[in-house]
Design a protein. Structure first.
Length: 555
């Protein structure tokens, strides 16, 4: 690959930079550009119905500033602006924003589209990078400043008119990241000088990474440098607008916030030109995951994703942060084990600080369930299998049983070479533990407790019938508890040596028809540990079934 045809971006000389020592402490002013930058990048731009649906979604999420389009560019864009105003679809506390090139006829048409609007930002731009000045505009620095200044003058003249009380202004030196810093400051200050913002009537200076061209630290340096060199800083909101050409648009935005920016433009899930804009969902939820109120509501992230898909025709990657189908899922054994333990350690409910390994946020905070946190394939381990049995079916297998059942599941996934869904895991459990009635099955057994006169201890006597390969056999046994008595009675029919080892049980359903499950392990003469399980409304019967299940499984 011929890397010599590319050149490196020079770092910004800013040895006293302060941003690396800062942390993000509050959410910025958010501005969605889904209906403009996002829309202009679609192969099929949104029609009226989809624009309206997207606008409604954005206001429901809580965006207070929304760039709704480029009204001077096309009929649909103009008509959409008119519809929002005439049908009174803009909530009182929402400001709509419109983009326009710094060109007279387009600016006039833009103001026409805004008649009757309550609050709007008119956003003008022109390209300022060395490359665009040389190749596209073929103009000197001064001529480029003239474009911006004359655009700003017209915007101010129209925007300050009496009939437009709610108009504010935004200027973008488009292709800012390819612009020399001194020139970027010069052109922005020239525009600020024309627009004369005040602390009560602020304007936005938007510094776009129109094409992301360098590492995020350089973007942060650029923003800190600009914050120091912009005039009337108390009257200017410094806004970010990163694209994602190097895949670091979100990181660049976050570092640039540390560097002093006040506002962030971007889109849902990062739709936008080429590799997209900054993904506001991720940036907001990154803040949320640090205990900061993002000021945006993603409590039903799947709904946001579905509307987004419908309106844009774009898909969302299964590994997309916070929303992808797989982002709250672990297939691998050690992750599952840690998640299982982390989830069990959560005892205080909602108020407890979230600390579950491998899950940066609680999936339920964005409307996702715990259902698919753990999914089982050949990479999975016993902890994950136990988690599924517990969360999906309410079966808390004793810890000592996890390796045995985990192995049965692993054999199945190896054989099938595919994921096992919870129902398939249940089927393996049922087949191996609950439905093992050959050779032994329980027919009818009575337990009678009595106190041994000599020792004063309570003793159990078991009498009844079991089946061996379908044939009824009398069983009779005595022991220091019902399980011990049953095991004694059973031993005469079992042709290998075994000892009862452990017993666990728990309820599995509530109410009158409550059932219990018993788990029993036995140790065979050749020192193998084998588990069995049984279910019944009576816990003693459940334990007898579990013993027979274990004995059948040894055989
Ligand atoms: C980075 C971004 O996302 S910027 C936003 C980009 N979005 C869009 O372009 C979508 C909407 N745009 C459009 O529909 C069209 O481009 C329109 C309607 C705005 C303008 O259309 P046209 O005038 O037919 O064409 P076009 O956009 O190619 O204009 C090129 C001319 O405008 C000039 N120009 C381009 N941008 C600007 C600007 N921001 N300010 C002033 N002049 C500009 C160019 O130098 C060129 O001038 P020339 O004709 O003297 O060579
Ligand atoms: C119009 C501007 C803000 C833009 O979209 C960009 O530079 O990416
Ligand atoms: Mg853009």
């Amino acid at each position: 690959m011929n890397y010599t045809k590319y050149r490196r971006y020079e770092p910004i000389p800013l040895p006293d930079r302060t941003w690396p020592d800062r942390i993000i402490e509050k959410a910025p002013i958010w501005c969605s550009v889904d209906l403009r930058d996002g829309n202009q990048a679609l192969s099929v731009p949104m029609n009226m119905e989809k624009k309206l649906m997207m606008f409604k979604l954005l206001t429901d999420i809580g965006f207070k500033e929304i760039e709704v389009g480029f009204p001077s560019s096309a009929e649909i864009e103009y008509n959409f602006m008119r519809k929002l105003i005439e049908d009174k679809l803009i909530p009182e506390d929402v400001t709509v924003q419109v983009l326009v090139q710094a060109r007279e006829h387009l600016i006039r048409r833009t103001f026409d589209s805004l008649k009757g609007v309550k609050n709007a930002v008119v956003h003008i731009y022109n390209s300022t990078s060395t490359s665009q000045r040389r190749l596209v505009f073929k103009k000197s620095r001064k001529e480029i400043i003239d474009i911006a200044v004359s655009g700003a003058r017209l915007v101010k003249e129209l925007g300050d008119a009496e009939e437009n009380p709610g108009i504010r202004y935004e200027y973008s030196p488009e292709s800012f990241t390819g612009t020399e810093m001194d020139f970027a400051a010069e052109i922005c200050n020239a525009v600020i000088d024309v627009l004369q913002p005040t602390p009560d009537h602020q304007m936005v200076i938007n510094l776009p990474a129109t094409v992301e061209a360098h590492t995020p630290n350089i973007h942060a340096d650029q923003i800190e440098w600009m914050c120091r060199h912009l005039d009337k800083r108390d009257s200017v909101q410094v806004s970010l607008h990163t694209h994602n050409d190097r895949g670091t648009g979100i990181a660049a935005t976050e570092l640039a916030l540390l560097a002093g920016a006040d506002r962030v433009e971007g889109t849902l899930f990062g739709n936008g030109e080429r590799t997209g804009n900054a993904d506001l969902v991720t940036i907001a939820l990154n803040m949320f995951s640090q205990g900061i109120d993002p000021g945006l509501d993603f409590t039903d992230i799947n709904y946001v994703r579905d509307v987004y898909r419908y309106c844009t025709g774009m898909d969302v990657h299964p590994r997309h942060p916070y929303v992808g189908e797989l982002v709250y899922t672990a297939f691998s054994g050690s992750h599952q084990d840690a998640i299982n333990k982390g989830m069990h350690a959560r005892t205080d409910g909602e108020s407890q600080i979230w600390d579950v390994p491998y899950l940066p946020i609680d999936p339920r905070d964005v409307g996702r369930s715990y259902k698919s946190i753990v999914r089982i394939n050949s990479q999975s381990g016993k902890g994950g299998v136990a988690y599924i049995m517990d969360t999906e079916f309410g079966f808390s297998l004793p810890k000592a049983m996890h390796p045995e059942f985990g192995l049965l599941i692993q054999k199945e996934t190896d054989k099938r070479e595919e994921e096992l869904v919870p129902e398939e895991i249940w089927a393996v459990f049922e087949e191996n533990y609950l439905n093992t009635t050959v050779p032994f099955a329980l027919e009818d057994v009575n337990v009678r407790m009595e106190t041994d006169k000599a020792s004063g201890k309570h003793m159990a006597n078991v009498t009844g019938k079991i089946l061996k390969n379908g044939k009824a056999l009398d069983i009779e046994g005595r022991g220091n508890g019902p399980i011990d008595a049953f095991v004694h009675g059973l031993k005469q029919y079992v042709d290998f040596d075994f000892q009862f080892e452990s017993f666990d049980e728990h309820a599995i359903k509530e109410g009158a028809d409550a059932q219990a499950v018993a788990y029993i392990s036995v140790i065979t003469g050749d020192n193998r540990r084998v588990f069995g399980a049984g279910i019944d409304t009576d816990i003693t019967f459940a334990s007898y079934k579990a013993i027979l299940s274990a004995i059948n499984r040894v055989g």
